[in-house]
Ligand binder design. Structure first.
Ligand code: SF4
Ligand code: SF4
Length: 110
């Protein structure tokens, strides 16, 4: 099992999750984060820390569509272990539907 970052992280990117992860397995893209499934130790600490409620265990059906994307981009984006500055308009994007179309495959800055 692993934990998976899903749609509502897009453009919210609060990064509270990276502060609590004991194995630093978050990777950063231009407008969301992902979890490396082979590095995650399934501790579950990050799930309640996410203000956007974007993290789910891969056994949850809300994670299903996002598991492959996490695996793919965790191998391409830089590792992030410290919280950065969230986007100024993060709150406005929290909970907006259909954010998947806004996904940006470009790497972010760690
Ligand atoms: S805390 Fe949640 S919204 Fe913020 S970067 Fe982590 S997964 Fe994304
Ligand atoms: S479940 Fe634990 S190890 Fe996995 S990403 Fe969250 S905090 Fe890190």
């Amino acid at each position: 099992m692993t934990y998976v970052v899903t749609e509502n992280c897009i453009r919210c990117k609060y990064m509270d999750c990276v502060e609590v992860c004991p194995v630093d397995c978050f990777y950063v893209g231009a407008n969301m984060l992902v979890i490396h499934p082979d590095e995650c130790i399934d501790c579950g600490v990050c799930e309640p820390e996410c203000p956007a409620e974007a993290i789910f265990p891969d056994s949850d059906e809300r994670a299903t569509d996002w598991a492959e994307l996490n695996r793919t981009y965790a191998a391409q984006w830089p590792n992030m272990s410290r919280k950065g500055e969230p986007p100024a308009d993060a709150k406005e994007w929290d909970g907006k539907p259909d954010k998947k179309a806004l996904f940006d495959a470009a790497p972010g800055e760690a």
